[in-house]
Design a protein around this ligand. Structure first.
Ligand code: SF4
Length: 495
């Protein structure tokens, strides 16, 4: 027996090809990607907190087989007078297949129900309405009457002080009207019927790649195979709007070298296209020298790692607050060629991380010399938010902020561009392109991974804490060394 679920319906709205594949070959799409798993676990944690909004609930046990979950849900719907959480609603579809929809919270109300959907988000998103509309549709097809629909979101303004205050952590919006309007204007019945039919046909629909393709689509590598074969393709053009890129793609222009001379490219895209056509690095020596000559020594190369969680993990933080847990600081006194001093810190999960970080940096950053960061706005934002908590440091902060120099700028302005950057100015693209060094030898290779690893420690879910701490140390240290190496390379290019 195949089940046509809410997930398949939502995927169908994005792309029929994706939905057909997930519906017909589900085993191929069981996600093992740690980022997806972490997102799903976070969503479950938010749902569990939201259940506390109700004094007592009937919770459907999802550790059993799917058929048993459906049976248990049906039982609960027949007897429970208190809110039912995680029920799977099922209704006969359009043949012998079942339509199913997992609901977060169904509150019995006379002979009707109030339907609550919980999202681990601080803002309502366009996809939330069709998601709820599908649940309501299946509920009504099953014979339930839905009186009202609600969206439970995280309250971005809630600041944790001590134990989580569940009432304040969430905000609840009545979306009954929006769901009703969506159901009528989009004709949800016809929409579901069409999706159901397409997914049940023998052949996978031919859906072209387009603006609907998300970067994390599980079929991305398959569908984009031909485009990815092209070393310099138009989708890698710097700040190229995808709608425009697909317009060109439909005209048969896929590679950057295929772009006709009279096609409108921005100044920076022209630099990129020329560099990629010739395979040569573009360097505006005058501008690079200008950037290097304005630097005041000592140079402090600074990088923060941060974590951010839906449910605030520490006091004085809100849902998705950016909290620093680590920094790396390399210092060059007066000569780029010399070995730098290195200082680093990882929060040991005791004390207030922002207070510890500020105290340490106050003694390390001295009174003069530039602080170099890559995308300095981020480091500045982390410092500003920390000082919001410790306003006594405001004077220090104001001086520190003036000393920042952003190493991203020469790359964002394309004063240097290497064809291997493929239109990206990120540190992870620039470092290997310019210096041949990269992060491939490290266990932790990007900020998201670092954040997940640290949150594992914070939640007590990591067995080998020492190994993780060492990997974090290496990763963050590599980021600040990368900036120094890039600066050294800029100096040799401009000579
Ligand atoms: S990559 Fe694009 S076309 Fe392919 S399945 Fe995903 S969304 Fe659809």
């Amino acid at each position: 027996m195949s089940y046509f679920s809410k997930t398949i319906f939502m995927q169908f709205l994005q792309c029929p090809k994706l939905a057909w594949n997930v519906y017909n070959i589900p085993n191929m799409f069981t996600s093992t990607d740690p980022a997806t798993k972490a997102r799903m676990a976070e969503g479950k944690a938010v749902e569990a907190h939201a259940r506390k909004l109700f004094p007592a609930v009937t919770l459907i046990d999802h550790s059993q087989s799917f058929d048993d979950i459906v049976d248990q849900s049906n039982d609960a719907l027949s007897y429970s007078t208190i809110p039912i959480c995680n029920a799977i609603l099922s209704s006969n579809g359009f043949s012998d297949r079942l339509l199913t929809a997992e609901t977060d919270i169904l509150v019995p109300c006379d002979d009707e129900y109030l339907l609550y959907e919980v999202k681990a988000s601080t803002r309502a998103k366009p996809e939330h309405i069709p998601d709820i509309a599908f649940q309501k549709y299946v509920a009504e097809k099953r014979g339930l009457r839905i009186r009202q629909c609600f969206l439970i979101l995280l309250n971005g303004k809630y600041i944790r002080k001590g134990e989580i205050n569940t009432r304040q952590l969430f905000k609840i919006g009545d979306v009954t009207e929006g769901v009703q309007q969506y159901g009528e204007s989009s004709d949800i019945n016809a929409q579901v019927e069409n999706a159901f039919e397409v997914c049940n046909q023998a052949k996978c629909p031919e859906t072209e790649i387009g603006v609907h393709c998300s970067s994390d689509c599980p079929l991305r590598n398959t569908c984009w195979r031909e485009v990815n074969k092209i070393k310099h393709n138009i989708f890698d053009l710097y700040r190229m709007p995808s709608k425009k890129a697909f317009g060109w793609y439909k005209q048969g222009i896929t590679g950057i070298e295929d772009i006709p001379e009279d096609y409108p490219l921005t100044k920076l895209q022209k630099i990129q296209a020329k560099s990629e056509k010739t395979g040569e690095i573009h360097a505006d020596r005058k501008e690079i020298k200008k950037f290097l000559n304005q630097l005041t020594y000592p140079l402090y190369f600074l990088d923060f790692e941060t974590f951010s969680s839906a449910i605030p993990l520490i006091d004085n933080s809100a849902p998705y607050s950016v909290v620093p847990f680590q920094y790396s600081l390399h210092i060059i006194d007066e000569d780029l060629s010399k070995e730098p001093q290195h200082h680093s810190w990882i929060w040991g999960t005791e004390g207030e991380p922002r207070s510890i970080m500020l105290e340490q940096l106050k003694s390390l950053l001295g009174n003069k010399g530039n602080i170099i960061a890559y995308n300095a706005l981020f480091e500045q934002m982390v410092l500003k938010q920390a000082v919001d908590l410790y306003p006594k440091q405001e004077k220090w902060l104001n001086n520190i902020l003036k000393r920042f120099e952003d190493l991203l700028q020469p790359f964002r302005n394309f004063h240097i561009y290497h064809p291997a950057q493929k239109g990206s100015c990120s540190l992870k693209a620039v470092l290997p392109a310019l210096t041949g060094q990269d992060y491939s030898q490290l266990q932790i290779q990007d900020g998201e991974q670092a954040s997940r690893a640290f949150m594992g420690i914070l939640n007590g879910q990591i067995a080998d804490k020492q190994a993780i701490l060492e990997n974090l140390e290496r990763y963050c240290g590599q980021d600040t060394m990368a900036m120094l190496e890039i600066l050294r390379k800029m100096r040799s290019i401009s000579a």
